[in-house]
Design a protein around this ligand. Sequence first.
Ligand SMILES: NC(=O)c1ccc[n+]([C@@H]2O[C@H](COP(=O)([O-])OP(=O)(O)OC[C@H]3O[C@@H](n4cnc5c(N)ncnc54)[C@H](O)[C@@H]3O)[C@@H](O)[C@H]2O)c1
Length: 425
Amino acid sequence: MTVTRAATDYDVTNLDLAAEGVRRVEWAEREMPVLRSIRDRFASEQPLKGVRVGACLHVTTETANLMRTLQAGGADVVLAASNPLSTQDDVAAALVTEYGIPVHARRGEDRDTYYRHLNSVADMHPSLTMDDGCDLVSLLHQDRAEQVKEVLAGTEETTTGVIRLRAMAADDALGYPVIAVNEAQTKHLFDNRYGTGQSTLDGILRATNLLIAGRNIAIAGYGWVGKGIAARMKGHGGHVAVVEVDPIRALEALMDGFEVKTAAEAAGWADLLVTATGNVNVFRREHFAVMKDGAIMANSGHFDAELDLKALREMAEGHVRDVRENVQEFDIGGKRLRLIAEGRLVNLGAAEGHPAAVMDMSFANQALSVEYIVKNHGTLKPEVYVVPIDIDREIARLKLQAMGARIDALTDEQKRYLASWESGT
Ligand SMILES: NC(=O)c1ccc[n+]([C@@H]2O[C@H](COP(=O)([O-])OP(=O)(O)OC[C@H]3O[C@@H](n4cnc5c(N)ncnc54)[C@H](O)[C@@H]3O)[C@@H](O)[C@H]2O)c1
């Protein structure tokens, strides 16, 4: 790989890891044909010339390919991590030395470093923000309000971020438009369901080497993420129960063939408990108290707030030890509860995040949304927007093409039939 230009302002763990990072970024690229085709077009059309993109995303091989795509389109890009545990240090090093993209991220960074890194992104005065969880938007609005007017618009990757942004918009606190990439069908139907479903299982298996077959597994949340995890756990022979608060989703889970239990019922029943709700304290003190000895807990929702870790630490009274890489054991009085990846996103903390083939679509949405913002920001208000349907369809079309599948087009007769109301039986 030729060195284009090494970034000068960065903070990563070890630049010597760059060669391995490049190998892995290129491996991911092979699985990202849609993003590749966008990058080729961006390189010739330069639609992002003069745009300064401040990005706060998981620093993974797939993100590296998104950063390269934006850079190919003419944008200046700076990247910080959206989660202290998800950074792949070799990728961060490769981005800096081989791709000339400033990165501020170190795996395992503490809270202060995490925010210092976000501030480094803000220091480049982005004209466009790209967030995964809304931390960058939130930092700009709360600590650097004078910079908000410099931003044309932003994009947001995940459900939790979109919820926070909608709350800001409802309070008239959102200072610029944001496109909710998560709302694209080619994002959440695939990334949240198939990507998180598979990579959550991957993270749990890498961390524990647990046999899923025959085990009782509780999944809290039956949204797109929970559905994906539940289906994959069942596919491995687990007995799966869903914990929900929404009666429609709970009914759906029941009819999909899962048991439905309350958190309290699931707590005493499960060998493995996985949260994916986007909510806080789903399993808490009273649940820990009735869990089985050896029960394992993991979280795949955005923040490490789904398990009440404060209560867990208090109950363990200091009897906490590392029992495997990414697994801590809390002895809460003759009973040991195990926690993977500190309760942070298990698929990123204990595995590599989503497979590149899925992120291909999510990040194609990011890249095309950025292009859309550059062309249309003058017409957008400070609200949360969904990805335009034409972009969604184009990404699905490109992905189908890349996967060698073809579909039919409506005949003229079928179009007329669907548009008419006169014809019945
Ligand atoms: N791990 C990843 O890589 C990854 C990928 C995509 C999304 N996410 C995150 O996963 C979370 C879920 O995303 P989603 O797209 O499935 O959201 P969703 O809104 O579709 O589903 C969340 C579900 O959780 C349920 N829920 C809320 N509070 C609950 C509670 N106390 N107990 C039980 N159920 C409860 C809701 O009723 C809803 O059905 C979000 O935080 C999102 O940001 C993570």
